[in-house]
Design a binder for this molecule. Structure first.
Ligand code: PGA
Ligand code: ZN
Length: 429
């Protein structure tokens, strides 16, 4: 056993220049674990609570000094002395301290910072890379050992919605280099397509130098279809076969243009679209473009619509629930029971502890749902999710685009992990 000797939190800044929580967990043998909590912009209603100070005189009210104090004054006293390698005991203690449904007492940002930093400390105490330590925790959580495996990237190319200033209603237009023989080659293909897309946008008279929150181009395109078309052309111009070597993915983030009754897209003249209209629109896009995955194609409480969407497209493509599931095991179980979606986006700060994240993954896996480990639009140099994706043999990882260092920190971490694991060509799915 390596006991936790000290815990210290501080306020640092994320990729949008907003405050977030960083936590250091120090063990008696000197091992140090550190983690920084990410933050979303297009957040789901069911997500765990991100505690912000609300003081308008500091960072527009977005300070996290209260969450930091909750770590240093309340959580520290309760967690010091626990075994850094016993993640379940640490997370159970955190959940005792804040047993509110959405972690409103202490803040999910306070809890998650400690939970993830403890995992780093546990790995350091065992002198193993983080993904090895997480792989052991995943084996315990899943009830079976899984092999460490490189995830297939799902990479943002064009940003719309709440992540960019343009007209596009859909939030992300992404690619997955399914035909790449290794992660390193996959990354080169992604960069190649990104450059060709920049050329195509400039040729079309669009802005291609300013990027959105996740590093994707933020052009003022007229329609979602045009974005998908330009992306498909960029794949071909990069000398790659669209649909075979590189597929397209969408994150519609539909909750953010659902007004409670109808889907309102600026591209369709603000017409009131029903769930069925939305489904027809998405099916039309899947018929026209090499789309392999659609995330949040419908709003987070539109369970009936999700059932219909899954009946229509579930055997052709991945239907990923992000806001729909909010990395919450009970919501994923509901999706399984209703046959709504067939894949889950995993964002650690949507639920607030590592153990709960692994439990959500267990539930999803048990029903054959695919796993997509994801960053947030507000990120930092923290690379924990790269190790988490490898350790849980997640199918895909969604980090954002391949510019901006808070994204590259994770892409580069995966290059190092692939070097350690060795290239295993069999696996993208
Ligand atoms: P968010 O966006 O981090 O702003 O929620 C990411 C996503 O919707 O997948
Ligand atoms: Zn999303």
């Amino acid at each position: 056993m390596t006991a936790i000797a000290d815990i210290h939190a501080r306020e640092v800044l994320d990729s949008r220049g907003n405050p977030t929580v960083e936590v250091d967990v120090r063990c008696q043998n000197g091992a140090l674990g550190r983690a920084i909590v990410p933050s979303g912009a297009s957040t789901g209603e069911a997500e765990a609570h991100e505690l912000r100070d609300g003081d308008p005189d500091r960072y527009n009210g977005l300070g996290v000094l209260q969450a930091v104090a909750n770590v240093n004054e309340i959580i520290r006293a309760a967690v010091v002395g626990l075994d850094a390698a016993d993640q379940q005991a640490i997370d159970a203690r955190l959940l005792q301290l804040d047993d509110s449904p959405q972690k409103t007492k202490l803040g999910a940002n306070a809890l998650l910072g400690v939970s993830l930093a403890a995992a780093h400390a546990g790995a350091a105490a065992r002198s193993v890379p983080l993904y090895r330590h997480l792989n052991r925790l995943a084996g315990d959580a899943f009830g079976e050992n899984v092999p460490c495996r490189m995830p297939l990237p799902m990479t943002n190319m064009i940003s719309g919605g709440l992540h960019a200033g343009g007209k596009l209603d859909f939030q992300d237009f992404l690619i997955s280099p399914v035909g790449a023989p290794s992660y390193a080659v996959a990354l080169e293909w992604i960069v190649r397509v990104y450059r060709r897309l920049g050329e195509l946008l400039r040729e079309a008279g669009c802005e291609a130098d300013l990027v959105g929150d996740e590093g994707g181009y933020g052009p003022d395109l007229e329609s979602n279809s045009l974005a998908a078309e330009l992306l498909t052309r960029a794949i071909e111009r990069a000398g790659l076969q669209s649909g075979e070597q590189v597929t397209v993915a969408l994150d519609v983030a539909a909750s953010h243009f659902f007004d409670g009754e109808a889907y309102r897209q600026s591209a369709t003249g603000d017409a009131k679209l029903t769930s069925s209209d939305m489904i027809e629109q998405l099916v039309g896009m899947v018929d026209r473009f090499p789309i392999a995955s659609i995330e949040d194609g419908l709003a987070e409480e539109d369970w009936d619509g999700w059932q219909q969407l899954t009946a229509r497209l579930g055997d052709r493509i991945r239907l990923v629930g992000d806001d729909l599931f909010a990395t919450n095991a009970a919501r994923v179980q509901r999706g399984i029971d209703l046959r709504a979606a067939n894949a889950v986006l995993i964002k650690v700060n949507q639920i607030g502890t590592l153990s709960e994240t692994l439990e959500t993954m267990r539930v999803a896996r048990s029903a054959g749902f695919s796993l997509v480990v994801s960053a947030r639009s507000g990120e930092t140099e923290d690379t924990t999710i790269a190790d988490l994706a490898v350790a849980t043999a997640a199918d895909q990882i969604k980090i954002g685009s391949i510019v901006r260092s808070e994204r590259l920190a994770k892409y580069n971490r995966l290059l190092r992990i692939e070097e350690e694991l060795g290239v295993d060509v069999k696996r993208w799915c």
